[in-house]
Design a protein around this ligand. Structure first.
Ligand code: SF4
Ligand code: SF4
Ligand code: FES
Length: 280
């Protein structure tokens, strides 16, 4: 506990709230009795239990997402005091120290808001589908041992495999723009999702899917789909959109070497394009 936190009785949390997709947003402030060793998720639990804002007025509980509570699932990602990160690992004592007693929470900026701090990250999962971020399985018959993996390849792939699709890298990326298609009256969720996916089709894939493509291209069996992945990375919204600003690598909570993956993807797509010319 720090000297300043021992004197504190309460602290304020400002939250950017939004009732539903497409609705206007508004700030609301909550006053929380101080306790040592809180994280942002425990603060949100206290807010949900109070359902009153700092002015003492009754209000709706703030919505947020979480799952693992140990920085593994990525579900609790939000913008905390201006920095995109996981709320389960954001410690209140440290935030109050660094930001003069204030905590400000906002939903991620590049995904459609579902409610309050909950966003829809489907675009990232669709991007993983686009780059076929998996090891292909033909069938479930026993076909014997697959190709051996070298220690060197394993060491190269392991850091990339730590990605939790949290979205920090794309939220911080200047080349990644928000795409939000409004739901029409009487439109089903499936129809709306299909229109949303269509609108994103040529938008930038982002650093995480590029890095996942490199992870699976480096895997001996995963490499069977290497050409498909390189076609996806060479197409609209692919590697050429990256401006090399390197914001992605700076904010990745898993310290994944994203710019190394991006450079590797650049080389692989160039060789792939040259090969295609000679294969004609
Ligand atoms: S690369 Fe890092 S920042 Fe991006 S989604 Fe994966 S874990 Fe999150
Ligand atoms: S290096 Fe590329 S992916 Fe990373 S933040 Fe910059 S533009 Fe985005
Ligand atoms: S709850 Fe899973 S990363 Fe925070």
């Amino acid at each position: 506990m720090t000297a300043s936190s021992t004197k504190r009785e309460s602290f304020d949390v400002r939250i950017l709230r939004q009732a539903a997709p497409g609705e206007p947003s508004r700030w609301e402030t909550f006053r929380i009795p101080y306790e040592p060793n809180l994280n942002v998720i425990s603060v949100l639990q206290k807010i949900a239990a109070m359902a009153r804002n700092a002015e003492g007025k009754e209000t709706t509980p703030v919505a947020w997402d979480c799952n693992c509570l140990e920085e593994v699932c990525g579900a609790c990602t939000m913008v905390i005091n201006g920095r995109v990160r996981q709320s389960c690992s954001a410690l209140v004592d440290r935030l109050l120290e660094e930001h003069e007693g204030e905590i400000e929470l906002q939903p991620m900026t590049k995904f459609p808001v579902v409610r309050d701090l909950v966003v829809d990250r489907s675009r990232m999962f669709r991007a993983l589908e686009k780059v076929k971020a998996w090891v292909p399985v033909d069938d479930y018959y026993d076909r014997g041992a697959g190709p051996r993996e070298s220690q060197e390849s394993q060491e190269e792939r392991y850091p990339l495999s730590e990605c939790m699709t949290c979205g920090c890298c794309v939220d911080a990326c200047p080349q990644y723009s928000k795409v939000e298609v409004e739901r029409r009256p009487n439109e089903s969720i499936e129809e709306h999702q299909a229109r949303q996916a269509e609108a994103e089709k040529s938008e930038f894939l982002g650093a995480a899917p590029i890095s996942q493509a490199m992870l699976f291209n480096r895997h001996a069996t995963g490499a069977m789909l290497a050409d498909d992945r390189l076609n996806a990375l060479s197409g609209p919204g692919g590697i050429q959109v990256c401006g090399n600003a390197q914001n992605c690598v700076a904010v990745c909570p898993k310290e994944i070497p994203l710019t190394t993956s991006i450079a590797r993807a650049g080389r692989q797509t160039t060789v792939h394009a040259i090969k295609k010319i000679f294969d004609r």
